[in-house]
Each structure stands twice: as structure tokens, then as C-alpha cells.
Design a protein. Sequence first.
Length: 202
Amino acid sequence: MSTIDTPAAPSGPAGGPPPRGAVPLAMYDRMIAAGVFEPRHEHPVELVAGALRMMSPIGDRHADAVAWLTRWSMTAVDRSRLLVWVQNPIAIPASDSAPQPDLAWVPLRRYTDRRPLPEEVMLVVEVADTSLDYDMTTKATLYAAAGIGEYWVIDLVARAVVVFRDPVAGRYDTRTTHRAGRPLEARACPGATLDPAELFVD
């Protein structure tokens, strides 16, 4: 997800979540209910470690990658068990966060009463162009500290998928990079493979 660096929490040290900002998750929810961010297309924000981050408009390459990743996900997951959660928030109460990843795989249910929680997220994905450094550092630290087992960064510039796995003590212990011709497989759906070439156009 692309972001604009207006007041934001800096990335924390390895092994811990980013420092917290001034907006608790409960307050953020009250602000949403009160219409503080309306109209939403003019105030696209996410909450990361208690800090509000404005998200930049999505460009064509970003939108295309999300669409093709969604298409692949719909064929890869067991749709009787998992829901493909596209550009919607998840909740990380321990760090006062409600990030909005480009895509996540979560248990199949209705989420009218709450956001998916970290222990329910089977896979989380961010598509990165201008936000690459942020997604590779702050977001990786945030998701690892929450215990999310698998995190992918779709690097539109390098035309690669960076896979983070095995969160240990607030950081991912395993990182691999996959390019065209080196398929990858999400642990949540063994046997469903993705060739990164599918996400990029010449």
C-alpha cells in the first residue's frame, strides 16, 4: 500500500514493534464512527502504532498488481474456509494498529462486528512502488511483532515478490526473493503456486 509520510511513527528497533503514536485503536474507531475521515476518498488513512498515516492514491501498476493477485488468490484458496480480504483493514490491538494491506487471507466469516485479528491472518500482502522502504521495514516489523506467519511484499520496481516468514521475537527469521521463473507457494494453501511473472507486465 502506498503511503505519504505525514506524521508517522518511525520504525522501531529490530525485535520490537514500532514506537506508538498518540491515537489508541479505540479512539480511532470512535473517530471513524463520528465521520471524522469523511469523505473517505479525500481522507484515506490507516493507523500504524497509534499514528495516522495518509495513504497516497493508487497508481495504475499498483491497481493492476492487486487485481491479478486477487484473481490468483480466488483460485488458490479453499473458499469454503478462507476469505480473500482486499484493501480492507485488519486489527492489531497490541500495537494500536489498523493497517490496510492490499490483500490478506482470513477465515471465512462476516466481519460486520470487527476486523480480522493477527492470529486469524493466514497471509498478508503489500504492493509497493513508492512505499517499498516503509513496507520492507515498518510494516514488516509491525506484522512480525503481531505474529502474522507470512508476509509478502510485491516490489513493482524490481518485479519481484519478497516473502517474509517465521516471526520470532518481533522480527521475521526467513526472507526470500522470488522473480519470474521462481514460483512461490503460500503456506496456508499448499500446492497453490504463483509465478511472480503473472503480476507484472512488460
